[in-house]
Ligand binder design. Structure first.
Ligand SMILES: Nc1nc2c(ncn2[C@@H]2O[C@H](COP(=O)(O)OP(=O)(O)OP(=O)(O)O)[C@@H](O)[C@H]2O)c(=O)[nH]1
Ligand SMILES: [Mg+2]
Length: 455
């Protein structure tokens, strides 16, 4: 074994057992081809996992097709155990074998070249003797190895597999590439570090780097949100015109332009988040994501932002308005608040009429002519809605494994609890910041104010 080379792991096993899924999740790469069709991976593909201070390789391989025949070939070309590794080398380089056993040659070549073995099985299907030829072949290579049980549909057969695999491998782990969170991925990487002592230092370094990178991704997400909420709260669409009539006519055009810009700005932030977490294939279900249909639908806002009660205490905490003025500032009619109680959700637009939501103004200009402006937004719930929506997407994207190719559906749920669970001082800074944002005043260190919401 060459100990100076880059740490490399060949992910091998039966077809369709999640080999590519494991590579995809560990490499944080959603370009690895995965499908329910058996034989998706036809050639061995090497994926380099690089961090600031180190790197290692994961090699995706085609599944075993005719392991019994291959084992037979090896046995007939080998007279004793000392020749086994050399016989596998001969097999990989034999031109007849390259034709006859294309898949086995492709999967064994990286191992012969020095990669360690990660043998993948499906823990939801029973163990069978037919796997023994595969494991025998792998043992013949003499390379360090471990087994991964992927419980694809269930864990029904995991114990059975553990019993069989420990006969062949020193290390056997259960690993589900679709659901393994970041810590589980790092744990697995740590077990890889034990496979070859020459690689443990660089693999430990990678673990440390990945943890640091994860922290940076979170910090960057907070910056993306801070910039977006600031932009959205300040944006105005304005146009200068000669006459008042022209200004009036252009108003609806500006309103459309304003909405389009706001929507686009939010989409840009989500795209930045997807790029940050290297999810180039992930699609967010637009219908669901567009619930509320757009940022201007007041009724839906209560689902995403704060509820009325929270808005009132937010206004008080932020010192925005005092006493009786609170209800008026937040909702309009303090008496109706108590009277309507739970049905407030339905009454949303009556409280936050569209006219009050966004500033629409036509003003005369000092040197003649007029200016029509739509925006900025006036509604107090708006910054919370923006933050709430982004947090939902963040939670899902940051927890999504790269093997999971399903479309994301984003729903409004626990933002209100998140805000309620903040410490009082954190709540106060959040509310003060939102109050300032909605008044287009500068906010000091918005990122620090938002950070506790990401914990
Ligand atoms: N639910 C679930 N599905 C999984 C899991 N792992 C893999 N799959 C699915 O199983 C199928 C095969 O996964 P792949 O990763 O392509 O399997 P493979 O072993 O690389 O397959 P070949 O390249 O054809 O040999 C895909 O449809 C995956 O989405 C898992 O842990 N849970
Ligand atoms: Mg594959």
């Amino acid at each position: 074994m060459n100990t100076n080379q880059t740490a490399a792991f060949a992910v091998v096993g039966h077809p369709n057992k999640g080999k590519s899924s494991i590579v995809s999740t560990l490499a944080h790469n959603d370009n690895v081809q995965i499908s329910s069709r058996s034989g998706t991976t036809a050639l061995a593909d090497r994926y380099r996992v690089s961090t600031a201070n180190a790197h290692y390789d994961l090699i995706d391989t085609p599944g075993f097709q005719r392991p019994r025949k291959v084992l037979h070939w090896l046995k007939t070309h080998c007279s004793n155990a000392s020749e086994r590794a050399a016989t596998v080398f001969k097999f990989v380089n034999d031109s007849d074998c390259q034709q006859q056993f294309k898949d086995e040659v492709a999967l064994l070549r990286p191992i012969v070249d020095g990669a360690a073995i990660l043998y993948v099985v499906d823990g939801s299907r029973p163990y069978g003797e037919e796997y023994e030829a595969e494991m025998d072949i792998l043992r013949w290579t003499g390379q360090p190895s471990m087994a991964l049980i992927n419980p694809i549909e269930s864990s029904d057969c995991v114990t059975e597999w553990q019993n069989a695999l420990t006969q062949y491998f020193k290390s056997v782990r259960v690993f589900n590439p679709m659901t393994a969170d970041f810590e589980k991925q790092l744990e697995l990487l740590q077990t890889f570090a034990h496979l070859n002592p020459a690689w443990s230092e660089s693999l430990n370094r990678i673990t440390r780097d990945l943890r640091q990178q994860r922290g940076q991704q979170k910090q960057h997400s907070i910056i993306i949100l801070a910039r977006m909420v600031d932009d959205l709260c300040r944006y105005q669409a304005c146009q200068k015109l000669l006459s008042l009539e022209q200004a009036k006519r252009v108003e609806p055009v500006l309103a459309r332009q304003y909405k389009a810009w706001m929507k686009q700005r939010e989409e840009t932030a989500i795209d930045e988040l997807l790029t940050l977490y290297a999810h180039s294939q992930t699609r967010i279900a637009i219908e669901q994501f567009d619930l509320p249909p757009d940022l201007f639908d007041c009724d839906e806002w209560f689902a995403w932002g704060l509820d009325k009660k929270q808005l009132i205490s937010a206004a008080a905490l932020a010192g925005a308005v005092s006493g009786a003025a609170v209800d008026v500032a937040v909702a309009g009619h303090s008496l109706m608040l108590g009277a309507l109680g739970g049905s407030l959700l339905g009454a949303g637009s009556a409280w936050f009429g569209a006219d009050k939501l966004v500033d629409v103004k036509i003003s005369g200009l000092p040197l003649g002519g007029h200016q029509a402006c739509v925006g900025p937004i006036k509604n107090r719930n708006f910054p919370y809605v923006v933050i709430g929506r982004f947090l939902h997407v963040y939670q899902q994207i940051s927890a999504l494994t790269h093997a999971d190719r399903s479309e994301l559906t984003v729903s409004a749920e626990d933002f209100k609890d998140r805000v309620d669970n903040l410490e009082k001082a954190q709540q106060k800074s959040l509310h003060t910041a939102c109050e300032r944002l909605i008044k287009q005043k500068p906010v000091d260190d918005l990122e620090s104010v938002l950070r506790p919401l990401f914990d």
